[in-house]
Design a protein around this ligand. Structure first.
Ligand SMILES: NC(=O)c1ccc[n+]([C@@H]2O[C@H](COP(=O)([O-])OP(=O)(O)OC[C@H]3O[C@@H](n4cnc5c(N)ncnc54)[C@H](O)[C@@H]3O)[C@@H](O)[C@H]2O)c1
Ligand SMILES: NC(=O)c1ccc[n+]([C@@H]2O[C@H](COP(=O)([O-])OP(=O)(O)OC[C@H]3O[C@@H](n4cnc5c(N)ncnc54)[C@H](O)[C@@H]3O)[C@@H](O)[C@H]2O)c1
Lengths: 202, 202
């Protein structure tokens, strides 16, 4: 949960930078972006050296530091498996490239799709995954296939040397401890809304 | 951030229930699901009445209580605006219906799409939004349109009486204080991975 907070602070600092703000205190940051001020103070106290006594933190310096900690000061080569509705929305989403995540190869089991390419990125059949991975230094894999294929896809990604997997398929994946797994369930985003709507009717 | 933790605990308890576990301590819950045990203990202490001294919490009872707090003990009518790649992936995702979020109407500006229907759910033109909303008691809106259309879509949803918006478009939306807004940026999910990969190389 803490990593997610660092991502949220980075985006807030980016907005402040765009708005020309040079320094900010943790109280002001919490106030402007509707965050828990005790939590912000505790989290940012860790970065004391980017703070100026009495006026707060240097926006640009703190942002750059948080981006370094999040590994956003470099580019990551990403393999996308599954070029259906979700996969194509993820591929075209400019937010990934902006943060340094470059989808450089796509794999799909559909023979109609494999063999094509999108914006210069090849769509290959899954069989070619281990061969391709060697030459491409793939670090991250995104799984956007149906639930019943997800475990097999995860095993191929691990065998190909991928060290981190972002999984959208609703399936419990079993992968080795040294590979980092992040599961996404977008209904959790809707639950942050139903929580407030339910509170309003109490 | 706290709401998200409740969602995560609900999913953990659901898995435990599926695995036939009747009671669990906060330490065991943290251990099994790789969570921060001090945080779990603090969060769950709040739900003391579902705990049994010395053996932990009743899995089913606690799960039901968390679902009630999250507003998952009822159904929510959801309007989806934008039936492109992302919109169609969200529409077909079974995770929404399972949690009680039912997309009952879709709006799209494309004349090729408006007038059709998918699995019995009509795709209407945006002009029909305010008319439709009156009859359907729409509580939540999902925005899956390009960034440049997102603000106009948000205003139409607010005018139609929607009280909560889930926004995927990369745009800063200005909406009234009494409407709850949740922005999604899936690159944050990738950042939880790059954080670990960057740590490994330090
Ligand atoms: N986690 C979430 O919040 C969330 C949200 C939406 C969708 N989803 C999930 O994402 C997945 C994709 O959804 P979609 O709407 O894009 O489905 P889709 O059917 O449009 O796309 C699936 C794609 O995967 C390909 N595929 C199937 N089996 C494969 C395999 N073994 N190897 C490689 N490619 C394979 C298909 O050819 C197709 O192109 C589903 O599992 C869905 O449940 C999750
Ligand atoms: N937040 C994230 O993590 C994330 C991830 C992927 C995509 N996205 C964003 O989601 C949005 C949709 O992406 P996509 O890949 O589905 O795009 P898409 O082009 O496939 O779909 C957009 C749909 O919106 C419709 N539309 C356009 N203007 C409209 C309007 N004014 N009113 C109603 N409908 C309108 C189009 O007809 C089309 O059907 C984009 O803004 C994209 O940047 C966000």
């Amino acid at each position: 949960m803490t990593i997610r907070r660092l991502s949220v602070y980075t985006r807030c600092l980016l907005q402040l930078e765009e708005d020309g703000v040079k320094t900010i205190s943790s109280e002001e940051l919490a106030e402007r972006f509707n965050l828990n001020s005790a939590q912000v103070r505790k989290d940012l106290a860790y970065f004391g050296e980017f703070g100026v006594r009495g006026t707060g933190y240097y926006v640009s310096g703190l942002k750059a530091e948080l981006q370094k900690i999040l590994g956003l000061d470099r580019e990551w080569q990403v393999a996308l498996v599954g070029y259906g509705n979700l996969g194509s929305a993820l591929f075209h989403y400019k937010g990934f490239t902006r943060q340094g995540f470059r989808i450089t190869v796509i794999f799909d089991a559909d023979p109609q799709k494999a063999g094509r390419s999108v914006e210069g990125v090849p769509i290959l059949s899954l069989r070619e995954l281990s061969q391709e991975a060697k030459g491409r230094n793939l670090q991250i894999g995104i799984i956007a296939v149906p639930a019943e294929s997800a475990q097999a896809v995860a095993e191929r990604l691990v065998a190909a040397g991928v060290k981190a997997i972002l999984n959208f398929a609703p399936a419990r994946l079993k992968i080795p401890k040294d590979v980092r797994l992040q599961n996404v369930d977008l209904s959790i985003e809707l639950e942050t809304l139903s929580f407030y709507l339910a509170q309003a009717t109490r």
